[in-house]
Ligand binder design. Structure first.
Ligand SMILES: O=C(O)c1cc(=O)[nH]c(=O)n1[C@@H]1O[C@H](COP(=O)(O)O)[C@@H](O)[C@H]1O
Length: 275
């Protein structure tokens, strides 16, 4: 999917919501634990309840690969289901990969070709040759970790060299490898106040912003500092939507939580003059 198609979908759905499919089998409602593939059935119900107000899904690969072959099967079925039922959706593999060149090539093939995701999250710290293999696929995207939402972000990402913080160096240097048509950046909603400075470095790129919901980030703050004239934001919530309720009502409640966020997003898009 290209930049224009992504923006068109945001305008059509009046939403820049990404639902994170961090589908921890231990948290899936009891009544689904008896079926053949509980994680797929859970995902399917969540997807059907949220797809109307969602532009992207982001399965976090850890929750699938931790279950071995069965987990990969749940993941593959989930991707196929979304592709068949909701072809307009942007699909992000949250895999946080990155390795020497020939290994990255295989990671890229695994997620962008074999599993046919639109995008993959990539860690930048092994540098150019670890990132560029992911950029060889037309209309596919690298989502590079810039400023993450967790406490540990302060361990390295704020280290300064000649007045430039490490995450700022990542934003600047990586623009030599890709552009706004094939590269996005992860910026945590918990650090929304940093978004203004980030926008000075990457005014046009899309940012994937996790951390609203369970991690406490504010959607309004994210939009205030991070939204650009093409929206430029994909805001993720995982647990706050998919585990809003642990009973048979889980999908209904997931739909409600997603619509609540979409309603707030619609207001923000209108305020910015995008709708
Ligand atoms: O790359 C990510 O998506 C990511 C980066 C980051 O800085 N912080 C972060 O929480 N994430 C992911 O976003 C999701 C957040 O989940 P919730 O906190 O449940 O909404 C998880 O899948 C995290 O792995």
């Amino acid at each position: 999917m290209n930049y224009t198609a992504l923006f068109e979908q945001i305008k059509k759905k009046k939403s820049f919501l990404c639902v994170g499919l961090d589908s921890d089998i231990a948290k899936i409602p009891a009544h689904l634990q008896q079926v053949a593939d509980p994680v797929f059935e859970f995902n399917k119900a969540v997807i059907d309840a949220t797809a109307g107000v969602t532009i992207a899904y982001k399965p976090n690969i850890a929750f699938y690969e931790s279950r071995g072959v069965e987990g990969w099967q749940s993941l593959e079925k989930t991707v196929t289901y979304i592709r068949q039922q909701y072809p307009e959706i942007f699909l992000i593999a949250d895999a946080k990969r990155g390795d020497i060149g020939n290994t990255s090539q295989m990671y890229a093939k695994a997620f962008l070709e074999t599993l046919n995701f639109d995008a993959i999250t990539v860690a930048p710290y092994m540098g150019e040759d670890s990132v560029t293999p992911f950029l060889q696929y037309p209309e596919k995207w690298v989502i590079l970790l810039a400023l993450t939402s967790n406490k540990g972000a302060f361990d390295f990402q704020f280290r300064e060299d000649k007045g430039v913080k490490l995450y700022e160096a990542v934003l600047r240097k990586s623009q030599e490898w890709g552009d706004k048509q094939n590269m996005m950046y992860v910026v945590g909603a918990t650090k929304a106040e940093m978004l203004g400075g980030i926008r000075d470095i990457v005014p046009d790129h899309f940012l994937l912003v996790p951390g609203v919901g369970a991690q406490g980030g504010s959607l309004q703050e994210v939009a205030k500092y991070g939204m650009n004239s093409h929206c430029g934001l994909i805001v993720n919530s995982s647990r706050g939507i998919i585990f809003a309720d642990k009973t048979e009502q889980f999908a209904v409640r997931a739909g409600e939580e997603a619509r609540k966020l979409q309603g707030e997003m619609e207001i923000l898009l209108k305020e910015k003059g995008i709708l």
